[in-house]
Design a protein around this ligand. Structure first.
Ligand code: ADP
Ligand code: MG
Length: 697
């Protein structure tokens, strides 16, 4: 229990750390620092080697520099456009350099007649009109009261800036915390494991990261802290997985001739990958514990039929099954296809979505409750409390990345015996992310596209090349194909988005293609209308479908062979990949035209990747690099799990190393003996990671 007390000290609320108090604590809490350990685990953003600050006279343009000196004068001017420019000239005796800020006139006032030294950091640029090198919008701090000399001959950590919290204040508070609580820091990892992986003690790592004596010590310390972050996430998920395997689930006796039966009903031959994954799933379903499996496969790899095979098997074994999809369009498409595939088996399919007539809904839910309805397909309406099953045996979640982790959890609660769970995602998740975020799931990968698919050809066009694009689309329509036009993304408002779609529709219907049949689809339309339009497009009554991103996921019309995405630069990479995945689903050569005028910086990188590859995994890796894991994993997940130190891109190898550490801990029996590893279990709880996942299964 002594151990726990020591850990308890590290849970001291931030308010009571020397130098904080009730007012400042609010600011710390804003950046999710609630207690001592949160504080200590917040790493500096960078370091400044103040032992080696260059003379201003030796600085050349284009280099990232730290300068130290006294303010000579300040000068604030207004430009004709109304912007204010503040210039502060600083000298260190060897030379002068200008610090420049835009629209921050108060800085000029503050630094005018400033007596002490200031220190600033930024990239030196070519001289302005007054011949001095400039640093635009530098970071800076005064060097007045915290022992200039002493603070100079060393490496100074610079912390993330938040309104009201200067880096200097941060530094002082952290040093206080290390001073007072530092001796209580335990390392929950057994020494042998640490030795094996060359990890320093957590206490040393924290001291070093906040107070390094040389720059080269930092990497070693950082490595220990990255493992600390990954460890509890990965261990938590693994423990979750193990405990699921100890629970009682259904063991289904699946008749293997069922596969033949399914195959016979399909107009195509299942790929090897599909066969393999169906077997993996059925194998799980026949085991006595609940299945928890993630099926990954690029857009168009044919995940749907794999899910249907799982569903059919479960129904044949006497269970009810639920299939949850992220959009109404996709849910009703699944329901229609299921009806076709299950036709001869005499299996009734129910569709549950948000807006239904009350009577219709009640009838449906009654049948679900008394178990006479074997298959329920729907949107997240399925997880509402009013939906209760009689004998739920399998839950399938399509496009899992669209749902939060907790939504995943809610479905599992709908049954006394744990149902089997199958989640499918079309966003190819880089391996590291899978390991870090889906460690509670077994993984099946459909790594093969159906035979005969031709790679989609993607072109980048400017809006003034519109005519050429429109003509190209017309030619394909004349050959019997169909086309999608995706209107610009407007994230702020569904209404504005609908307006944009309507405008594009008007343009195409009235001016460009007066002789074509064109349909319009957006989220503000009634469900019946949406379904009607989709049905018409599927039946080839429409040549062109103008749509918002509502068709982003799942929609399957193989005769559509061209997609034009307006203002493509507004979309994220994974989103573009999903959208593009609506074409190239049949035997026809397919095209994707990205219309974009602004092709600078990050947007250009993105569009170039799209024209360069159709490989979803490559695109996801790139997306991860460009936007970080939060976006890819869905905002929900990123809200639940945030890394302070680890960087899933840079630290991919540490995810791997941590996986090994988890395995070693399991070999030692960490999952059997909570009381032998009190610190580890305490940390699992403290870091809240366990909590985010506790209700999953
Ligand atoms: P996704 O993996 O994106 O969900 P779907 O399951 O919607 O893909 O399948 C995409 C298209 O490919 C559908 O039209 C489907 O009927 C078809 N399809 C699935 N499997 C095969 C296969 N083995 N051979 C040919 N076409 C297939
Ligand atoms: Mg799909």
């Amino acid at each position: 229990m002594v151990e726990n007390n020591k850990l308890g000290v590290l849970n001291t609320p931030i308010q009571y750390v020397k130098g904080v108090g009730p007012k400042l604590s609010k600011l710390f809490e804003k950046i999710s620092i609630f207690n001592v350990m949160d504080l200590l685990l917040t790493p500096p953003r960078r370091y400044e080697d103040r032992a080696n600050i260059p003379n201003i006279s030796s600085i050349t343009a284009g280099t990232l520099v730290t300068v130290k000196g006294k303010v000579l004068y300040t000068d604030t001017k207004k430009t004709r456009t109304g912007m204010s420019i503040t210039k502060v000239l600083v000298s260190d005796g060897t030379g002068k350099i200008a610090l420049v800020w835009f629209n921050q006139p108060w800085l000029g006032k503050k630094l005018n007649n400033y007596e002490g030294d200031i220190i600033a950091y930024g990239t030196a640029r070519e001289p302005g009109t007054d011949f001095f090198l400039e640093i635009h919008s530098p970071e800076w701090e005064p060097l007045d009261d915290d022992g200039t000399e002493e603070n100079f001959a060393k490496i100074v950590p610079i912390y993330p800036l938040t309104e009201g919290l200067s880096s200097k204040l941060f530094r002082r508070v952290i040093l206080n915390a290390l001073d007072i609580y530092g001796t209580h820091i335990q390392d929950a990892l057994p020494a042998a494991i640490r030795r094996k992986h060359q990890l320093v003690h957590l206490k040393d790592a924290l001291h070093t990261i906040h107070n390094p004596s040389s720059l080269k010590d930092i990497d070693v310390a950082r490595k220990r802290l990255v493992v600390e972050e990954f460890l509890y996430l990965q261990l938590g998920l693994t423990l979750q997985k193990l405990s699921t395997k100890q629970e009682v689930g259904f063991s289904n006796k699946i008749d293997s001739s069922l596969l033949e039966d399914i195959q016979n009903r399909l107009p195509f031959q299942l790929t090897n990958a599909q066969n393999k994954v169906i077997h993996e799933i059925w194998n799980d379903m026949s085991r006595p514990y609940p299945m928890n499996r993630l099926v990954q496969g690029d857009v168009g790899s044919g995940k749907t039929v794999v899910a249907f095979a799982a569903m059919l098997a479960a129904v044949k074994c006497g269970h009810q099954v639920a299939l949850m999809a992220p959009t109404e369009i996709l849910a009703s498409q699944h329901a229609t296809n299921l009806e076709k595939l299950f036709a001869d088996h005499n299996i009734e399919i129910g569709l549950l979505i948000g807006k239904m007539r009350k009577k219709e809904r009640t009838q449906l839910l009654d049948k679900v409750l008394c178990g006479t309805l074997p298959v329920l397909v729907g949107t997240h309406a399925i997880i509402q409390d009013s939906v209760a099953f009689n004998k739920l045996g399998l839950v399938v979640i399509d496009e899992q990345h669209r749902f939060g982790v907790l939504q995943r959890a809610k479905l599992y609660e709908k049954s006394s015996t744990k149902p089997d769970v199958l989640v499918m995602t079309a966003t190819p998740i880089p391996r590291t992310l899978t390991m870090a975020f889906y460690g509670d799931l077994d993984l099946s990968i459909i790594d093969e596209l159906p035979a005969g698919r031709k790679p989609i050809v993607t072109h980048l066009k400017r809006h003034n090349e519109q005519r050429i694009v429109f003509n190209g689309v017309k030619k394909l329509i004349d050959e019997g194909r169909q086309a999608y036009f995706i209107c610009p993304l407007i994230e702020e408002s569904e209404k504005l988005q609908a307006k944009a779609a309507t405008e594009l529709y008007d343009l195409l219907a009235n001016d460009i293609y007066p002789n074509c049949n064109i349909g319009l689809l957006h989220s503000q339309m009634k469900r019946e209308e949406k379904e009607e339009i989709m049905e018409q497009f599927r039946n080839k009554d429409l040549d062109i479908l103008v749509s918002t991103v509502v068709i982003e996921v799942g929609v399957d019309v193989p005769n559509a062979s061209i997609m034009v995405i307006m203002d493509a630069n507004r979309f994220g990479l994974s989103q573009l990949h999903q959208l593009r995945g609506r074409v190239g689903r049949g035997e026809h050569q397919s095209f994707c035209i990205l219309m974009a005028d602004s092709r600078i910086g990050e947007a250009k990188d993105r569009l170039d990747i799209m024209t360069g590859t159709n490989d979803g995994f490559k695109i996801a890796e790139a997306d991860l690099r460009i936007r970080g894991p939060g976006e890819i994993m869905g905002t929900k997940q990123s809200g639940e799990i945030q890394f302070r130190i680890a960087d899933l891109v840079k630290d991919a190898d540490m995810v791997e190393a941590t996986k090994q550490i988890v395995e070693e801990l399991l070999e030692e029996g960490v999952h059997h003996s909570r009381h032998n590893y009190p610190d580890i279990y305490q940390n699992l709880e403290d870091r809240k990671i366990k909590l985010a996942y506790a209700s999953i299964s």
